[in-house]
Design a binder for this molecule. Structure first.
Ligand code: ADP
Ligand code: MG
Length: 334
């Protein structure tokens, strides 16, 4: 017997594993709308992202990993603002009802929701090409959200984690010859899958840098492209990025050329690490805060009055950037 929309919702998105227990959630899925109750002195933050098959993920993507990634990319936006998650809605468009796909997807989603402390609070389920839209809600103490604006020339530029791993994972998955895939160990394969599908949550980082960072965003399109958003929003003309300081993983060092490492670190998207600007007077505090969280936090350069962003090579010369990030609706993208 075919499942109705309501059967699907009940069986896969309102099951025990989604039993939401969150201090600010009054009513989750099941009524006409979810109810969240915020403390008086907090701001509500809202962000939405859509992931479409063949545009944002490969058609054969494993559904539980895909679910984890869909939530992670949204929670990352909250992290970049210094917010705590409150809950998310899920608008799911499905070409057909595949029980095994739905089972794996909902299990992956439930686990990711638990890990992020971000419960599923409602959604919409329709028929159509596979498309997953998640809207996250979060909160910050009033006025304390980290914005893209607020940075000044002279502020240090930091990133969390390592850069380029997710883009390298795509090269690997697509058999790109720039990635030397011979003799990959299971651990290396797992590392790449995690980098692409389960980027680390940086919620704790964003919260800890409230009141310290002058600007922040999460890296979705690639550092070169994303840092320009901070420059524009902060009305700063330039930046100097030291290519020798770009944090790249051991795996990248072993499996792609040095110039491709820089290319991936500057231009590769999908890392969902944070890029943070720190005024000189707050650097010591910021570094101590991140050390206490045990999150890799690397100073890669500083904002400047140069006419544009520059990447400085080890010999002091200025490097040319081929890739400047992934953009939709440009001729080279799908
Ligand atoms: P309405 O027709 O009133 O908009 P729906 O029939 O779309 O309501 O949804 C019924 C309930 O199920 C709502 O509470 C909605 O939030 C929830 N819901 C629908 N789809 C999903 C989903 N994919 N995940 C979680 N909750 C969902
Ligand atoms: Mg209704």
């Amino acid at each position: 017997m075919a499942l109705t929309e309501f059967d699907i919702i009940r069986q896969f998105f309102m099951s025990e594993s989604f039993a939401a227990d969150h201090p600010h959630l009054v009513k989750g899925p099941g009524d006409d709308a979810a109810i969240l109750s915020l403390p008086d002195d907090h701001d509500l933050l809202v962000s939405v992202d859509t992931l479409n098959e063949s545009v944002h993920f490969l058609p054969d993507a494993e559904p539980s990993l895909l679910a984890a990634r869909c939530l992670a990319v949204n929670v990352s936006d909250l992290a970049a603002m210094g917010a705590s998650p409150l809950g998310f809605t899920l608008a799911l468009s499905l070409p057909q009802v595949s029980l095994s796909w739905l089972q794996a997807f909902s299990e992956g989603l439930a686990k990711a929701a638990l890990d992020a402390d971000c419960p599923l609070i409602g959604g919409d389920t329709t028929r159509g090409p596979l498309s997953i839209t998640i809207q996250v809600h979060g909160m910050v103490p009033r006025g304390q959200a980290l914005l893209r604006s607020g940075a000044s020339a002279g502020d240090a530029v930091y990133v969390t984690g390592t850069l380029g791993d997710a883009a390298a994972a795509l090269w690997w998955m697509q058999g790109d010859s720039r990635f030397a895939a011979q003799g990959m160990s299971n651990a290396e394969e797992q590392y790449l899958l995690d980098a692409f599908y389960q980027p680390a949550s940086r919620i704790a980082v964003g919260k800890a840098l409230r009141g310290i960072a002058s600007a922040a965003l999460d890296l979705s399109d690639g550092l070169a492209s994303d840092l320009r958003h901070i420059l524009k929003a902060s009305s700063v003309s330039g930046a100097r990025i030291d290519s020798g300081q770009l944090p790249v993983s051991e795996l990248l060092k072993q499996r792609v050329s040095r110039s491709d490492q820089i290319e991936l670190a500057m231009g590769g998207g999908d890392d969902y690490e944070l890029c943070v600007c720190i005024p000189p007077a707050r650097i010591r505090e910021a570094e101590a805060t991140l050390a206490a969280l045990q999150v890799p936090f690397t100073r890669i350069g500083q904002l400047s009055n140069d006419p544009e962003m520059m990447v400085i090579a080890s010999d002091g010369s200025t490097m040319n950037l081929k890739a400047t990030g992934y953009h939709h609706f440009q001729s080279h993208s799908s």
